[in-house]
Write a protein of this length. Sequence first.
Length: 106
Amino acid sequence: MIGFIIWALAGAFLAGMGISAFFSKKPVSFWANVKPIKVDNVREYNRATGLLFIIYGVVFILLGLPLIKDPNSPLILLSTVGVMFETIVMMAVYSVCIVKKYSSGL
């Protein structure tokens, strides 16, 4: 149970980052140590990026549910593979959809 609580706190932190991005006035950065892209509509870009992080955090928490019953269960492999897949999908959605839609191209 403690493992799931820690897992859920990490997911809540990710969702919190999304909420913060959702209401930010300046363009938020997606990649670590990289300046945010130049955007025409900062509000819509931040909402899209924030929503992406909120969804990522919620799915992250859901993937940790096997930790509630038995932390030594082989189902934890599904959680691990699920998080890897979820992260790849998140990066792809950001790069292909959000950047393409909101980048000002300057």
